[in-house]
Design a protein around this ligand. Structure first.
Ligand code: CA
Length: 248
Protein backbone atom coordinates (compact mmCIF):
# COMPACT_ATOMS: atom_id res chain seq x y z
CA UNK A 1 0.00 0.00 0.00
CA UNK A 2 1.22 3.42 -0.81
CA UNK A 3 0.48 5.29 2.37
CA UNK A 4 2.01 8.53 3.42
CA UNK A 5 4.29 8.41 6.45
CA UNK A 6 2.59 9.53 9.64
CA UNK A 7 3.89 12.94 10.63
CA UNK A 8 4.56 13.34 14.35
CA UNK A 9 5.07 16.60 16.24
CA UNK A 10 7.38 16.31 19.24
CA UNK A 11 7.36 19.13 21.79
CA UNK A 12 10.29 18.59 24.14
CA UNK A 13 12.84 21.03 25.51
CA UNK A 14 15.43 18.47 26.58
CA UNK A 15 17.54 18.35 23.45
CA UNK A 16 19.30 15.12 24.24
CA UNK A 17 16.08 13.25 24.88
CA UNK A 18 14.40 14.87 21.88
CA UNK A 19 17.19 13.72 19.58
CA UNK A 20 16.86 10.19 20.84
CA UNK A 21 13.11 10.20 20.35
CA UNK A 22 13.35 11.68 16.83
CA UNK A 23 16.03 9.19 15.87
CA UNK A 24 13.99 6.20 17.02
CA UNK A 25 10.72 7.40 15.52
CA UNK A 26 12.44 8.02 12.20
CA UNK A 27 13.92 4.51 12.33
CA UNK A 28 10.34 3.27 12.63
CA UNK A 29 9.51 5.10 9.42
CA UNK A 30 7.73 8.14 10.84
CA UNK A 31 8.33 11.75 9.90
CA UNK A 32 9.08 13.88 12.95
CA UNK A 33 9.09 17.63 13.53
CA UNK A 34 10.61 18.82 16.76
CA UNK A 35 9.75 22.02 18.64
CA UNK A 36 11.30 23.09 21.91
CA UNK A 37 8.47 25.21 23.27
CA UNK A 38 4.70 25.13 23.43
CA UNK A 39 4.50 28.54 21.80
CA UNK A 40 6.43 27.32 18.76
CA UNK A 41 4.30 24.21 18.57
CA UNK A 42 1.05 26.20 18.61
CA UNK A 43 2.33 28.49 15.88
CA UNK A 44 3.19 25.52 13.76
CA UNK A 45 -0.20 23.92 14.43
CA UNK A 46 -1.91 27.03 13.11
CA UNK A 47 -1.10 25.89 9.61
CA UNK A 48 0.15 22.32 9.75
CA UNK A 49 -1.51 19.06 10.68
CA UNK A 50 0.01 16.06 12.36
CA UNK A 51 -0.91 12.41 12.87
CA UNK A 52 0.18 12.51 16.50
CA UNK A 53 1.49 15.04 19.00
CA UNK A 54 3.97 14.04 21.71
CA UNK A 55 4.00 16.67 24.39
CA UNK A 56 6.32 17.15 27.34
CA UNK A 57 4.76 18.75 30.43
CA UNK A 58 7.64 20.76 31.84
CA UNK A 59 8.46 23.26 29.12
CA UNK A 60 9.91 26.75 29.22
CA UNK A 61 7.03 29.21 28.78
CA UNK A 62 3.56 27.70 28.74
CA UNK A 63 3.50 24.14 30.02
CA UNK A 64 2.31 21.01 28.29
CA UNK A 65 -1.09 20.98 29.99
CA UNK A 66 -1.86 24.47 28.69
CA UNK A 67 -0.60 23.57 25.22
CA UNK A 68 -2.82 20.49 25.25
CA UNK A 69 -5.90 22.52 26.22
CA UNK A 70 -5.18 25.07 23.49
CA UNK A 71 -4.81 22.35 20.88
CA UNK A 72 -8.16 20.92 21.89
CA UNK A 73 -9.81 24.29 21.30
CA UNK A 74 -9.29 23.85 17.58
CA UNK A 75 -8.56 20.17 17.07
CA UNK A 76 -10.50 17.54 18.96
CA UNK A 77 -9.15 14.64 17.00
CA UNK A 78 -5.39 14.67 16.78
CA UNK A 79 -4.04 12.08 19.25
CA UNK A 80 -1.92 13.61 22.01
CA UNK A 81 0.59 11.65 24.10
CA UNK A 82 1.86 13.41 27.19
CA UNK A 83 5.34 12.80 28.58
CA UNK A 84 5.97 13.71 32.17
CA UNK A 85 8.90 13.50 34.52
CA UNK A 86 6.59 14.07 37.45
CA UNK A 87 5.42 10.95 39.11
CA UNK A 88 2.21 11.99 40.78
CA UNK A 89 -1.01 10.35 39.78
CA UNK A 90 -2.48 13.85 39.79
CA UNK A 91 -0.50 14.77 36.70
CA UNK A 92 -1.94 11.89 34.81
CA UNK A 93 -5.44 13.02 35.69
CA UNK A 94 -4.66 16.65 34.81
CA UNK A 95 -3.17 15.57 31.50
CA UNK A 96 -6.10 13.43 30.55
CA UNK A 97 -8.62 16.06 31.57
CA UNK A 98 -6.72 18.66 29.51
CA UNK A 99 -7.57 16.51 26.51
CA UNK A 100 -4.60 14.19 26.16
CA UNK A 101 -5.25 10.65 24.97
CA UNK A 102 -2.43 8.91 26.72
CA UNK A 103 0.28 9.51 29.25
CA UNK A 104 3.78 8.14 29.66
CA UNK A 105 6.08 8.72 32.57
CA UNK A 106 9.77 9.57 32.16
CA UNK A 107 12.10 7.80 32.08
CA UNK A 108 10.34 5.36 29.82
CA UNK A 109 11.29 2.18 28.12
CA UNK A 110 11.91 2.74 24.41
CA UNK A 111 9.93 -0.28 23.29
CA UNK A 112 6.97 0.65 25.40
CA UNK A 113 7.10 4.17 24.00
CA UNK A 114 7.18 2.93 20.41
CA UNK A 115 4.32 0.52 21.05
CA UNK A 116 2.30 3.34 22.56
CA UNK A 117 2.92 5.54 19.52
CA UNK A 118 2.06 2.75 17.13
CA UNK A 119 -1.14 1.98 19.04
CA UNK A 120 -2.28 5.60 19.08
CA UNK A 121 -1.68 6.03 15.36
CA UNK A 122 -3.55 2.84 14.61
CA UNK A 123 -6.48 3.78 16.82
CA UNK A 124 -6.80 7.20 15.29
CA UNK A 125 -6.71 5.65 11.84
CA UNK A 126 -9.72 3.52 12.81
CA UNK A 127 -11.59 6.53 14.02
CA UNK A 128 -10.95 8.46 10.85
CA UNK A 129 -10.28 6.27 7.87
CA UNK A 130 -10.53 9.29 5.63
CA UNK A 131 -7.67 10.36 3.45
CA UNK A 132 -10.37 12.70 2.19
CA UNK A 133 -9.63 16.26 3.03
CA UNK A 134 -12.20 18.43 4.69
CA UNK A 135 -12.79 21.71 3.04
CA UNK A 136 -13.68 24.99 4.63
CA UNK A 137 -16.59 26.74 2.97
CA UNK A 138 -17.60 30.35 3.09
CA UNK A 139 -19.63 32.47 0.70
CA UNK A 140 -19.08 31.07 -2.77
CA UNK A 141 -15.67 29.67 -1.87
CA UNK A 142 -14.27 26.38 -0.71
CA UNK A 143 -10.74 26.17 0.68
CA UNK A 144 -8.58 23.04 0.97
CA UNK A 145 -5.83 23.99 3.38
CA UNK A 146 -3.95 20.70 3.23
CA UNK A 147 -3.62 20.68 -0.52
CA UNK A 148 -3.15 24.45 -0.88
CA UNK A 149 -6.07 24.74 -3.19
CA UNK A 150 -9.31 26.71 -3.36
CA UNK A 151 -12.44 27.13 -5.38
CA UNK A 152 -13.34 30.79 -5.55
CA UNK A 153 -15.87 33.01 -7.36
CA UNK A 154 -12.96 33.72 -9.73
CA UNK A 155 -12.27 30.06 -10.42
CA UNK A 156 -9.91 27.44 -8.98
CA UNK A 157 -6.60 28.63 -7.61
CA UNK A 158 -3.51 27.29 -5.87
CA UNK A 159 -2.52 28.87 -2.57
CA UNK A 160 0.92 29.74 -1.28
CA UNK A 161 2.13 28.67 2.15
CA UNK A 162 1.64 32.17 3.55
CA UNK A 163 -1.88 32.33 2.19
CA UNK A 164 -2.67 29.01 3.80
CA UNK A 165 -1.24 30.19 7.13
CA UNK A 166 -3.25 33.36 6.98
CA UNK A 167 -6.49 31.67 5.97
CA UNK A 168 -6.21 29.07 8.68
CA UNK A 169 -5.61 31.82 11.24
CA UNK A 170 -8.70 33.67 10.01
CA UNK A 171 -10.81 30.50 10.01
CA UNK A 172 -9.81 29.72 13.60
CA UNK A 173 -10.74 33.24 14.63
CA UNK A 174 -13.92 33.41 12.61
CA UNK A 175 -16.06 36.41 13.51
CA UNK A 176 -13.43 37.96 15.78
CA UNK A 177 -11.48 41.12 15.16
CA UNK A 178 -7.82 40.17 14.92
CA UNK A 179 -5.10 42.73 15.36
CA UNK A 180 -2.50 43.50 12.75
CA UNK A 181 0.15 42.55 15.30
CA UNK A 182 -1.36 39.10 15.86
CA UNK A 183 -1.64 38.46 12.16
CA UNK A 184 1.93 39.54 11.51
CA UNK A 185 3.24 37.49 14.35
CA UNK A 186 1.30 34.34 13.52
CA UNK A 187 1.72 34.39 9.78
CA UNK A 188 5.10 36.01 9.30
CA UNK A 189 6.64 35.65 12.72
CA UNK A 190 7.27 39.42 12.80
CA UNK A 191 6.95 41.65 15.77
CA UNK A 192 4.39 44.40 15.59
CA UNK A 193 6.79 47.26 14.86
CA UNK A 194 7.75 45.80 11.52
CA UNK A 195 6.62 47.34 8.26
CA UNK A 196 3.04 46.26 7.81
CA UNK A 197 2.36 47.08 4.19
CA UNK A 198 2.94 43.41 3.39
CA UNK A 199 -0.10 42.53 5.44
CA UNK A 200 -2.36 45.02 3.67
CA UNK A 201 -1.19 43.78 0.29
CA UNK A 202 -2.00 40.28 1.39
CA UNK A 203 -5.51 41.22 2.40
CA UNK A 204 -6.00 42.88 -0.98
CA UNK A 205 -4.95 39.60 -2.56
CA UNK A 206 -7.34 37.50 -0.45
CA UNK A 207 -10.18 39.86 -1.31
CA UNK A 208 -9.37 39.59 -4.99
CA UNK A 209 -9.54 35.80 -4.72
CA UNK A 210 -12.52 35.33 -2.48
CA UNK A 211 -14.74 38.38 -2.48
CA UNK A 212 -17.55 38.53 -5.06
CA UNK A 213 -16.88 42.27 -5.09
CA UNK A 214 -13.35 42.99 -3.78
CA UNK A 215 -14.06 46.70 -3.36
CA UNK A 216 -16.94 45.90 -0.98
CA UNK A 217 -15.54 43.03 1.09
CA UNK A 218 -17.98 40.96 3.13
CA UNK A 219 -15.66 38.16 4.27
CA UNK A 220 -12.34 39.91 4.90
CA UNK A 221 -13.43 43.06 6.64
CA UNK A 222 -11.33 45.95 7.84
CA UNK A 223 -11.76 46.74 11.52
CA UNK A 224 -10.69 50.34 11.87
CA UNK A 225 -7.88 50.93 14.36
CA UNK A 226 -7.48 47.20 15.04
CA UNK A 227 -6.94 45.07 12.01
CA UNK A 228 -9.23 42.67 10.22
CA UNK A 229 -12.14 40.34 10.76
CA UNK A 230 -13.07 37.22 8.84
CA UNK A 231 -16.80 36.64 8.50
CA UNK A 232 -18.05 33.41 7.06
CA UNK A 233 -21.51 34.38 5.93
CA UNK A 234 -22.76 37.62 4.59
CA UNK A 235 -25.43 39.06 6.84
CA UNK A 236 -27.99 41.11 5.02
CA UNK A 237 -28.80 44.40 6.69
CA UNK A 238 -32.57 43.99 6.47
CA UNK A 239 -32.41 40.52 8.09
CA UNK A 240 -30.62 41.63 11.18
CA UNK A 241 -33.69 42.84 13.08
CA UNK A 242 -36.09 40.03 12.34
CA UNK A 243 -33.58 37.24 12.71
CA UNK A 244 -34.38 35.00 15.69
CA UNK A 245 -30.96 33.59 16.35
CA UNK A 246 -27.57 33.09 14.91
CA UNK A 247 -27.10 30.13 12.71
CA UNK A 248 -23.71 28.44 12.87
CA1 CA B 1 10.96 19.27 29.88
Amino acid sequence: MNEEKPHILLVEDEIHLARGICFNLELEGYRVSHMETGEEALQRLAYDRFSLIILDIMLPGIDGFAVCKKIREFDMRVPILILSARSEEGDRITGLSAGADDYLMKPFNLNEFLLRVQGMLKRSAWYRPEPIEESYRFGESEVYLLSYHAKTPQGEIDLTELEVKMLSFFFRNEGKAVSRADLLETVWGYSSDTETRTLDNFIVRLRRYFEPDPSHPVHFQTVRGIGYRFVREQKRKQDENQDVGESP
